[in-house]
Design a protein around this ligand. Sequence first.
Ligand code: ZN
Length: 353
Amino acid sequence: MVAIQNSKLSLEFIPKGKVLSKIKSNIQEMAFSFWWDNWLGSGPLAFSRTEGGRPGNTSVSNFWNEGQWDLQKLNGTAPAHKISEIMQTAIYYNPDLPDKPIWTPTVRALRNKLPTDDRVQIFCGPTVTRCVCCSMHALEIVEHLFSSGNFARIIWKKYGGHVGIQTENLPLRLLLMKWWMTKACNAVQKLILDTLPIIICWNLWKNRCSSKYGAKNTSLTRVLYSTNSDINLLLRSNFPVIQWPFNWGELYSFIENVQHHTTITQVKWTKPDKGFIKINSDGSAMTNPGKIGGGVIIRDQQSYFIHAMAFPLGEGTNNYAEIEAARIGVQWCLDNGIPRVHLEADFALLDRG
Ligand SMILES: [Zn+2]
């Protein structure tokens, strides 16, 4: 069983009109902004962020490397639930020209618009149209490449088998629908069911291109390995505390058993021992180090209020603020003839002191 920590959720709201007018003015002159331009077609990515604060200034081309998406960079930056959508969008990048999205592989593959041989033939006239993915040397059409060809079928079977998805002889469109309609029990499983089909299609396409135009031979092992690597990268970047198995069979049963735990701890004030008074102190820091301050409240055994203070402490670290707040509380008690005190502070260093 694995526990996933709750992550903080916050949203930033930016007036839409402002962003849209910004795109219009910049679209011709400079690279698309990764966060603020509507290059995905589903609105600026910044609206999908789950972290607080304002995202940094970065352009789409920073995430596009040698003709493909840099998954490692995307994982470290983009919102997890948007990665599959981004990976479906390829861009034409030339450092001298503005970024320009040109195709969305899955959607385009569904509409039969990938530049496979059968499509190219329409423009170029008769040519050799044999696939490079398997020994069948079949007609290179999208269905063969991504779904019905021996090569693609082995890949889908390898991954779908563990998920319980039968993929034999399914058209690509239905095959993808099967993955996306499969019910997930937890957030990790949802991420995998949504993203893995895209990762598989992407690696099948990469294999096709590198054996057609590059120096590499078609290779099942390479596609399986790079698909496994992409999945692991996706999981390790999104849930870094968990040790994910590399092997897909082990990994998927592990994912199915992931459970979301929320731990609730009751926090309340407890009375000090008889004859003692209690000091509660806390330090604060705007940034660490930075402007710091502290606060103290002092109550008696019956929880009656005795004294409270809040004070700025100038510049320093959060540790210094905590120590100083506690010290000022204790000092006030000593100065006012109260020697028997309990000090309560949420600070680990004080225990060691
Ligand atoms: Zn083939």
